[in-house]
Design a protein around this ligand. Structure first.
Ligand code: SF4
Length: 503
């Protein structure tokens, strides 16, 4: 006999993505590799908490491992209409759900599903429609279903205005139109899990669904038998759709792909370099051109930023990149020794962006060349600062006008080695240029090893003991310092390539 699987809204949504996720979570959870960052999860939790107050006073159903307690408490509160209940919990034939915000009017109910995203993804419609299904099946009169999500145009003033922070979209018609589909999906999930016991693993091929809408935690597991390297290791912007097209054609290993004329020359080059162990390719003229752009003093700079859904600083928008740290290496003139400056915001400084900018302006007083790695990033932050603080505008644009991007020669493959594995990221370039140099190895850093970890580390400072804070701050400083030292080392390598003839 078919038994009903315990579903929740998140489990249901995972099954919409791929039913095998449910099977793997049940029988092989040890193979899951976490894909969501802590900061993303934390943003979600914070948004959920703030949104609860969207319609004024509310009564919350506390989480309980025993879901029946939540369900019973919900039934009690439902009787006190009209009211607003958050996390109101229901169960219909093992299909459980908690509604983020439930408006319980005299005759009708409204469902509000809260998301920390700035747009509505299809999976949110499945999520909210599943809730409509559960509540309607229980006989509740649901009049309206809405998605509450972040308004990325909102600019925070002195106070946070939650009415402006969120957009609300009525999706009732979509939810109604999906009811048959939901019933069929639930039946299918139940059948699937009944047919596939622990010893009868379902065979499911990988596909675009593995990263849409979410990066699946079982990707490593499901691709464990693919040859290495394979089509999914091609870097440099090859689209997922094209990768899967090749995969389905059976062109999976680099050997399979090496003569595929459908592939862009950049991807074929990566394959060729790795398969045939080719020597580095260096366009000396291009390196000379970029070196010719440089004027002393040389300022090698890199920013670290973080993003939060709920803006805490006046003048910022949801998910704006907030610069909290920079490292700066300076070579004032030809033959001068390398100096280092840095800035790392204090954790309780509400004005840290301004302090960041002021410190940087002070550290870069002259119009030399400011060397960055990715012109899409630092200049954009400077423009945002200029918008927030008009009195700093001229200085921020002065800095932008002096920027030279060291990413370019690598992105354009003017300098390429097989060790870069198709990537122009500084984390791929530096070890390729200086192999086996422990001083330049990001793996040897103590706390922070990449930009994502840097923002997580900075956000984790609040509430930590002084000693812990110091350890993390030290980790941040040495990490960011290596990023700009890496650029100095790239400059040195360029100098070597053009025969020391610089400036
Ligand atoms: S990696 Fe892909 S195929 Fe494997 S469980 Fe996840 S979504 Fe399904």
């Amino acid at each position: 006999m078919m038994s009903n699987v315990h579903l929740s809204k998140s489990k249901y949504c995972k099954c919409v993505q791929c039913k095998k996720i449910l099977w793997l979570e049940k029988y092989k959870p040890e193979f899951a590799v976490k894909t969501a960052k802590d900061s993303v999860l934390e943003n979600g939790t914070k948004v959920g908490k703030i949104a609860k107050g969207l319609f004024g006073n509310y009564q919350n159903i506390e989480f309980n491992e025993n879901l029946n307690i939540m369900i019973e408490k919900t039934q009690e509160l439902l009787r006190n209409k009209p009211n607003i209940i958050t996390e109101a919990s229901f169960n219909y034939k093992n299909n459980f759900c908690s509604v983020d915000i439930l408006k319980n009017d005299v005759d009708v109910i409204e469902i509000y599903e809260v998301k920390s995203s700035t747009e509505i993804h299809d999976i949110y419609l499945d999520d909210a429609s599943y809730q409509y299904y559960v509540l309607s099946k229980l006989g509740l009169n649901v009049k309206k279903v809405s998605i509450v999500y972040i308004n990325n145009q909102y600019v925070r003033g002195e106070e946070l205005e939650i009415g402006k922070l969120f957009n609300i979209e009525d999706i009732t018609d979509i939810a109604k139109s999906k009811q048959e589909e939901i019933k069929n999906n639930i039946d299918m999930i139940n059948m699937y899990m009944t047919e596939h016991s622990e010893n009868n693993e379902p065979i499911t091929d990988i596909g675009l669904k593995c990263s849409d809408p979410y990066e699946c935690e079982f990707w490593e597991y499901c691709t464990r038998d693919l040859p290495k390297p394979n089509v999914f290791d091609i870097a440099g912007g090859m689209r997922k759709t094209q990768k899967f097209e090749k995969y389905y054609q059976g062109k999976i290993s680099f050997e399979d792909l090496q003569h595929d004329q459908d592939l862009n020359s950049k991807y074929l080059e990566q394959i060729d370099f790795e398969l045939n162990n080719l020597k580095p390719k260096i366009d000396i003229e291009a390196i000379r051109n970029i070196m010719d752009l440089l004027k002393y003093p040389l300022y090698f700079i890199d920013y670290e930023t973080y993003q939060v859904a709920i803006p805490e600083i006046k003048g910022t928008r949801p998910y704006q990149q907030l610069p909290f740290q920079y490292s700066l290496h300076i070579i004032k003139e030809k033959g001068a020794s390398i100096e280092h400056r840095e800035f790392l915001a204090e954790v309780d400084d509400k004005n840290f962006i301004r302090h960041f900018a002021e410190s940087m302006i002070k550290d870069i007083p002259n119009n030399g060349s400011i060397i960055i790695y990715n012109k899409a990033f630092e200049p954009a932050r400077n423009r945002e600062i200029a918008e927030m603080y008009p009195d700093l505008k001229d200085e921020m644009y002065r800095l932008n006008n002096n920027m030279v991007d060291f990413l370019e020669p690598f992105k354009q493959r003017k300098y390429y080695t097989k060790e870069m594995h198709g990537s122009a990221s500084i984390k791929a370039v530096l070890p390729a240029l200086y192999p086996n140099d422990p001083e330049l190895d990001y793996h040897n850093l103590p706390v922070v090893h990449n930009g994502g970890e840097a923002s997580e580390a900075f956000l984790s400072l609040k509430g930590k003991s002084k000693e812990e804070q110091e350890k993390i701050r030290h980790g941040l400083l040495v990490y960011c310092e290596l990023d700009t030292y890496a650029m100095v080392k790239i400059w040195m390598k360029f100098k070597e390539i053009i025969g020391g003839r610089v400036l």
